[in-house]
Design a protein around this ligand. Structure first.
Ligand code: DC
Length: 222
């Protein structure tokens, strides 16, 4: 089984790169962040704050999440409803980070991630793929970039979508989320010793893909 792990902080370009890698190698892309966003959405739908550990844990047994691929595109279903269009909203990013701190939430979602990765060749992006979800992944990347550059990229994405915000606010939110994801106790964001670190600050998307492909081809052909 080919399992490519891409971890890294917010706005590093993981999802853009993972989608292109999936296309190039004709494998599926598993966006694990979307699953935490789906869990956060479920909490909010049920009037439970994603920060309220006790209430989230009480609600968790009712969380029924399915990951479905339609024409190769991942959809997140919660209680049999496709919630994918709701997951990229700005508020959902921090809510996903909040809910992802809760170990029982992670254990439930990681089980689904491991199940998918055991059955299909895939590229997964997230925070803990190489360190916790798939410590034996075929190849592990840690994709990062200067935080101001990451904030600028995210800001431009929002602008294109018509979301009103400022670059300063995006940077502040991103710093808060990265700090929370890095400092949580259970499966935090970190660089594992066998990860290939790619800093995309001065690289184009195509250059990142070339660097990753060289390494992936090296492993596939060895
Ligand atoms: O990748 P993203 O921005 O969609 O992720 C949203 C949040 O979900 C992120 O701030 C932390 C959490 N997350 C996580 O803890 N572990 C993952 N594997 C993926 C995301």
């Amino acid at each position: 089984m080919l399992n490519i792990a891409i971890d890294g902080p917010a706005g590093a370009g993981k999802s853009t790169i993972a989608k292109l890698i999936a296309k190039k190698y004709d494998i599926i892309y598993l966006d694990t962040g979307a699953m935490y966003r789906g869990a956060a959405y479920f909490c909010m739908q049920n009037n439970v704050s994603p920060k309220d550990h006790r209430e989230v844990e009480r609600l968790l047994p009712k969380l029924d999440m399915d990951i479905i691929y339609e024409q190769g595109v991942q959809k997140v279903f919660v209680s049999k409803e496709d919630v994918t269009p709701n997951l990229r909203e700005v508020a959902m990013s921090q809510a996903a980070s909040d809910v992802s701190k809760i170990p029982s939430v992670r254990i439930k979602l990681v089980e689904i991630q491991r199940e998918i990765a055991s059955k299909r060749d895939c590229v997964l992006d997230g925070r803990d793929i190489g360190s916790y979800v798939l410590p034996n992944a075929t190849i592990k990347f840690y994709l990062t970039a200067d935080e101001k550059v990451r904030a600028n990229r995210r800001f431009l994405e929002y602008k294109e979508k018509g979301v009103e915000t400022s670059e300063e606010l995006v940077l502040k939110d991103m710093q808060a989320r990265d700090a929370q994801d890095t400092n949580r106790d259970f499966a935090p964001l970190k660089i594992v010793s066998d990860a290939i670190v790619i800093d995309s600050t001065d690289l184009t998307i195509n250059e990142v893909i070339c660097k990753m492909s060289e390494r992936i081809d090296g492993v596939i052909n060895s």
